[in-house]
Design a protein around this ligand. Sequence first.
Ligand code: NAD
Ligand code: ZN
Ligand code: ZN
Length: 384
Amino acid sequence: MGTKDIQVRNVPDPKILNPDDAIVRITSTAICGSDLHLYNGFIPSMEKGDIMGHEFMGEVVEVGRDVKKLKVGDRVVVPFPIACGHCMNCESHLYSVCENSNPNAWMAEKLWGYSPAAIYGYSHMLGGYAGGQAEYARVPYADVGPIKIPDGMPDEQVLFLSDIFPTGYMGADNCNIKRGDTIAVWGCGPVGQFAIKSAFLLGAERVIAIDRFPYRLKMASEQGGAETINYAEVDSVPEALREMTGGRGPDACIDAVGMEAHGMGLIGAYDRAKQAMMLETDRIIALREAILSCRNGGTVSVIGVYGGFVDKFPFGAVVNRSLTIKAGQAHVQHYMKPLLEHIQKGDIDPSFVITHRLNLNDAASGYSTFLNKQDECMKVVLRP
Ligand code: NAD
Ligand code: ZN
Ligand code: ZN
């Protein structure tokens, strides 16, 4: 309802608005690091009463007359970017930059030049669609996004196909990993954990994970098989990485931190008159370290979310050392099927990140526990 004010309210059930919509009764939904940007008030144009949540799955209870692939009773996981499936970008599998799903494109265009796809429960700048931390959600373009889940697979194994598994995987995929590569990952939150696992799935020989919370570093090493650096305990992360990589630097560096974990975001209230957002710049530590640490000719892959302007960005290093920078909101739809197959084959069980299982009614405590890293919180799943 406002900054750091999550409330559970009775609201009218969503209805089919377009013939290609479906209504999903939600069985599991999760809180994401991206939700913290909203929770902290870093993203403009959330309005009182907006429904949060973009990681959700459930049962189809109603379909519009044009929906062909889904039927009532199907169990589905819903990808977080809302994508039409037939624009130029969707046809290139760049679903998170769909050209049709954001009716409020002007706001994003003012800030970013062009608008990306809309995201469930993620402000009016990104579509104003109701989110999935609810009992029911309306799912537009129902034949394009949701993936059907075979019987017998529990929610917890597949829920993260909605976002953080594909996101971590895209972060690693964008590194163009070759056998034997060393990949460094900043941030051992849920997204970082999946970036680590994915780097190994894609053939990395070593992954070095960086964070300051011992329980998060422990998960990265024990579950993920990564070597770790606690950035609070070393003088310089780039120096530590240089030492660990024979003086050359990691082949690729993944930023799975974003603006949130730096304890800041879009400074100041969003000013509709100025339409301007500024980021405090001196603290973009992870991204700067990633650029400065990467070996010559390597790739910096940014999946942490940045919202406004990032200044004092060491662009000289990018040019003079032939670095490639890749970034984006995850093109979830592109990755869901192959990653479901990885889960079915037993290559990975994504439920390893879940530390908290709460009733939807306890969402407010889930948000504060996750934000404050209380009780060794890694990932909160809510059940309506
Ligand atoms: P999180 O906040 O739980 O994790 C961030 C982690 O980064 C924390 O463990 C924190 O201690 C660590 N960190 C902070 N400063 C650091 C530094 N200087 N060096 C190393 N580690 C540092 O959140 P999460 O759910 O893991 O999400 C991480 C980021 O990914 C967020 O910005 C989120 O918005 C973004 N995200 C992006 C996409 C996408 O499609 N690109 C999808 C989901 C989430
Ligand atoms: Zn998310
Ligand atoms: Zn599209």
